[in-house]
Design a protein around this ligand. Structure first.
Ligand code: 5GP
Ligand code: ZN
Length: 134
């Protein structure tokens, strides 16, 4: 089996544009950035995504993201920022090693990182609520 590319990057076996590193995480620039400064928070241990990452590693990733996102926003003068984390092919995940996207946004950027809202009835929404909490 091929080694996981993000395991190799996170552990320094493959060079990357690293903007932050500690014992547990490496933050790199995405090589296909949505916008200037698009970065990825990578845990050094391999987890596929939200459903297998331990809670303390997830909260550690969130802390790192806050620190690095603040720096990116200040240094690059971003007007806003999206934090995105994809799980599974259906959600657009292409690299099956947990990563948190930090995507700085600019008033004049060409991205449209939003969804098309739908219009369920009050009954349909209540049914979904019951499916989840039932
Ligand atoms: P996903 O769609 O899985 O949430 O996002 C994967 C991201 O990783 C994409 O934005 C893609 O551009 C980025 N990516 C894939 N391979 C590499 C790589 O080898 N190096 C870097 N720096 N980014 C990568
Ligand atoms: Zn991995």
């Amino acid at each position: 089996m091929d080694k996981c590319i993000f395991c190799m990057i996170a552990n320094g076996e493959i060079p990357s544009n690293t903007i932050y590193e500690d014992d547990s995480f490496r933050v790199i620039l995405d090589n296909g950035p949505a916008t200037k400064g698009h970065a990825l928070v990578l845990p050094k241990k391999h987890y596929e995504g939200l459903f297998d990452i331990p809670e303390d590693t997830l909260s550690g990733a969130a802390k790192v993201a806050k620190k690095v996102a603040t720096r990116i926003k200040d240094k690059l003068g971003a007007d806003g920022l999206n934090l995105i984390q994809n799980n599974g092919e259906a959600a657009g995940q292409t690299v099956m090693h947990f990563h948190l996207h930090i995507i700085p946004r600019y008033h004049d950027d060409i991205q449209n990182i939003l969804w098309d809202p739908t219009s369920p009835s009050a009954e349909e929404l209540a049914k979904v609520r019951d499916e989840i909490v039932g």
